[in-house]
Each structure stands twice: as structure tokens, then as C-alpha cells.
Ligand binder design. Structure first.
Ligand code: SDX
Length: 388
């Protein structure tokens, strides 16, 4: 305690929560999903297999995977009425604002017959969300550019389907670039889950009241939007734009170190990692691969990002505070190379993280549970009387 207050043992028990899904060792830069290192999953697995793993706890057999992929493919269409929701937004509405609204609206389409205490009902919620998030995300983009919504194609892979819904039009066949589809799938894997981060904790807390799971996911989307969290990937590209040229890097490093300047080095630092974020390492490798295959390895923003990283990693301020690049530092450069606009970056993060959110929601409801009630340390006034 701090002399004023004494911690009661219950404080820690209600503050911490138990989970079997993801393990992070921040000091050593380790991230495991159901025991498997993220580096191995990124290299050898694919996003839908990682979804199955996060949700069920084990990698699927070939037969289980085929059944799971078919189930997801056959849930990718959204109710036709949902397209009406987009029409209420201005064309320049931020896609994350639209996603908060439209994903929340899904709760109106699946609620009457939903029994969250039935494991099969919970499983179907997960399938619907994994399947429909790419469709809704692509609809946000199409709406913003005034193009017609594209329907999913069940014969395409998850990544291919998303790219075709984003960049295809009814006027011509869309040729999916396998390099971009693989890069998209890799990005989905790297953002899939991350233990009790702000947005996942939001989903678990909302879920603990028994709220509709689609509404809980909408709450997670809202929490992720902040620039200190999932919004950082969009903020990194805006920062690289603002830096503009490598010669301006020292000025921005100084700004980031100035306690009186609110500017932070976007894509750097983490509440848990006091070492390299293992996802950032894979993301940097993927960035080099993808931009190399696209013949744009000399992309000026990639060059600035690499120099910024190098200077920051050698600067005493960042070294002393153990600040390293996080998952958001390189992801935006790959997304931009794929052709995705900056204001859609956090939507991609939300799409990818939906499996993490719904796996934690499902885990919470899979065992006896109580409504969440974070404890507080009261530091306000002692009791006093109203003036006579
Ligand atoms: C994500 O929780 C998760 O797991 C999140 C996430 C996930 O997958 O869900 O990993 C995804 O949100 C990654 C983080 C993305 N955010 C950013 O990149 C935004 C920039 N980063 C900072 O805002 C910051 O690093 C946070 C928000 C990520 C962490 O903030 P903290 O907890 O305040 O950081 P800290 O306690 O480690 O800070 C220690 C010191 C402080 O200075 P002092 O008070 O000691 O003088 O380092 C400073 C901070 O001011 N600092 C930075 C900095 N990050 C921390 N200074 C400059 N630039 C930065 N980026």
C-alpha cells in the first residue's frame, strides 16, 4: 500500500484474469498462441488455421481444417439490409466509425435465437464474425470511393476474397496477385490476438455482463481505434509523411523525447514488450519481401522508417526506456504497398483481431463466470458534511 490505502488481496484477483489462449513474455519478446510461437505460425500456417487454433486450442486435422474453411466461406455474405446502414454515413466518414456502427448493428440480426450459454451458438457467432468482417471492411472502402459493393466468392481463399472485394469491380475479372494475398494473410496472422490488450479487455468486460457478442466486438473496435492502440498503424504512416525526408529524423526524435511535447514516436514502445515485439520482426521481414517482389524496395517511406528505427535503437532515451518497434511500425508500409489507403489500416487490424476478441469472449463464457468489476484505488476526498 502507499500508506494511505492498503491493498486487499481481492484487488489482484479481480484485476487479473486467467486465459489459456496467448502467452507474452515482454522481457524476452516471446509471443505464443496456444503454445505455438508467432514466428512459426506466420511462416508455416495460414490465418484461418490460426483462427481454428485460437478458438479451439489445437491445430486442426486436414479434415477439420477443410470443414472449417468451408463453413467460413459459406458465411461470408452479410444480410442485404446491412448495406442500408452504410447509406447513412457521409462518404468521407472514417471507416472505423462505420465499422463501430455496422458491426454493432449485426447484434440486431442475430439476437433472438442466440443463447450464449450454448457452446454451439457461441461457435456460430465466431464463424459469422470471422467470415463477415472482411466483407464489411471491404464495404467500408467501396462506400468511401463510391464504387459498388463486391460480393464474396466462396472459391477464393480468405486473403484473395478480401483483396477482390476491396479492389475488384463488377466490370472486369479481378486477377489476385498471390504475393499480395500471402502478405495479407500474414498480416492477418500477426494481428490475430495479443492477450489482455485494451481492446480484448474491453470485449471480455462487455461480454461479462452477458451482452450480445456482436455488440461486444463493436466495443472492441471502438477501443482499438485509439492512436495509442490499433490506431497507431495509421499514425505511423501519417508520421512518416510528416517527417517527409530522412534529414528531418533528428528533429522528430528530439520531439519524441521532449516530456513537454505530446508527440510520440508512433509504432514504438509497448505496455508489455521491453524488447523487440516478435511480430515487428516478422513484419519487417515481410515488408522487405513484399516490397522487393513488387520492385519498390526503395520506397522512400520504407527507407525513412528503417533509418528512424536505426537512430532510435541507438538513442539513449529509447534504450534506457526499452522502447522498440511494435507490431504497428512496419505494417502500414506493407498495407500501403498492397494498395490499402491509410484510413483503412486500423480496419484491417480490427478484422484480424476479431478472432482474438471472440476467442477470449468464448473462453470467458466457457466456464462459470462473474461480471467483471475492475477495482479502484480511491484517491478523492474523505467523507465531509454539506455546509449548514
Ligand atoms: C498496440 O497492449 C497490446 O498488446 C497492444 C497491441 C496489441 O496487439 O493489442 O500490441 C497493439 O497497441 C501496440 C502499441 C501501438 N501504439 C503506438 O505505437 C503508439 C506509440 N506508443 C506509445 O504511445 C506507448 O509506447 C504505448 C502507449 C504503446 C505504451 O505507453 P506507456 O505504457 O506509457 O509506455 P511506457 O510506460 O513503456 O513508457 C515508458 C516511457 C515514458 O517516458 P517517461 O515517463 O519514463 O519519461 O517511455 C516513453 C513514455 O513517455 N514512451 C515514449 C514512447 N512510448 C513510451 N516516448 C516516445 N515515443 C514513444 N513511442
Amino acid at each position: 500500500g502507499n500508506g494511505l490505502f492498503t491493498y486487499d488481496p481481492g484487488f489482484v484477483s479481480t484485476a487479473a484474469c486467467e486465459s489459456k489462449i496467448t502467452y507474452i513474455d515482454g522481457a524476452n519478446g516471446i509471443l505464443l498462441h496456444r503454445g505455438y510461437p508467432i514466428e512459426q505460425l506466420a511462416e508455416k500456417s495460414d490465418y484461418l488455421e490460426v483462427c481454428y487454433l485460437l478458438l479451439n486450442g489445437e491445430l486442426p486435422t486436414a479434415e477439420q481444417k477443410e470443414k472449417f474453411v468451408n463453413t467460413i466461406s459459406n458465411h461470408t455474405m452479410v444480410h442485404e439490409q446491412l448495406s442500408q446502414f452504410f447509406k447513412g454515413f457521409r462518404r468521407d466518414a472514417h471507416p472505423m466509425a462505420i465499422m463501430c456502427g455496422v458491426v454493432g448493428a449485426l447484434s440486431a440480426f442475430y439476437h433472438d435465437s442466440l443463447d450464449i450459454n450454448d457452446p454451439h451458438h457461441r461457435e456460430v457467432c465466431a464463424y459469422r464474425l470471422i467470415a463477415k468482417m472482411p466483407t464489411l471492411a471491404a464495404m467500408c472502402y467501396k462506400y468511401s470511393i463510391g464504387q459498388p459493393f463486391m460480393y464474396p466468392q466462396n472459391n477464393l481463399s480468405y486473403g484473395e476474397n478480401f483483396l477482390r472485394m476491396m479492389f475488384g469491380t463488377p466490370c472486369a475479372d479481378y486477377e489476385v496477385n498471390p504475393v499480395l494475398a500471402r502478405a495479407m494473410d500474414r498480416i492477418f496472422i500477426l494481428h490475430a490476438d495479443h492477450e489482455q490488450n485494451a481492446s480484448t479487455s474491453t470485449v471480455r468486460l462487455a461480454g461479462s455482463s452477458g451482452a450480445n457478442p456482436f455488440a461486444c466486438i463493436a466495443a472492441g473496435i471502438a477501443a482499438l481505434w485509439g492512436p495509442a492502440h490499433g490506431g497507431a498503424n495509421e499514425a505511423v504512416l501519417n508520421m512518416l509523411d510528416e517527417i517527409g525526408d530522412a534529414e528531418n529524423i533528428p528533429e522528430f526524435i528530439e520531439k519524441a523525447k521532449d516530456p513537454n511535447d505530446p508527440f510520440r514516436l508512433m509504432g514504438f514502445g509497448h505496455r508489455v514488450y521491453r524488447n523487440f515485439d516478435p511480430r515487428a520482426k516478422v513484419m519487417k521481414k515481410t515488408c522487405d519481401e513484399v516490397l522487393g517482389l513488387l520492385g519498390i524496395e526503395n520506397d522512400p517511406q520504407l527507407q525513412i522508417a528503417k533509418q528512424l528505427e536505426q537512430i532510435a535503437l541507438e538513442d539513449e532515451y529509447f534504450v534506457k526506456r526499452k522502447l522498440y518497434p511494435n507490431v504497428d511500425f512496419y505494417s502500414g508500409i506493407i498495407l500501403k504497398a498492397i494498395g490499402i489507403p491509410t484510413n483503412m489500416f486500423t480496419v484491417i487490424f480490427a478484422l484480424s483481431r476479431t478472432i482474438g476478441w471472440i476467442s477470449h469472449w468464448n473462453e470467458f463464457h466457457s466456464s462459470p463466470n462473474k461480471i467483471g468489476r475492475p477495482r479502484q484505488l480511491y484517491t478523492g476526498e474523505q467523507q465531509r458534511d454539506y455546509p449548514a
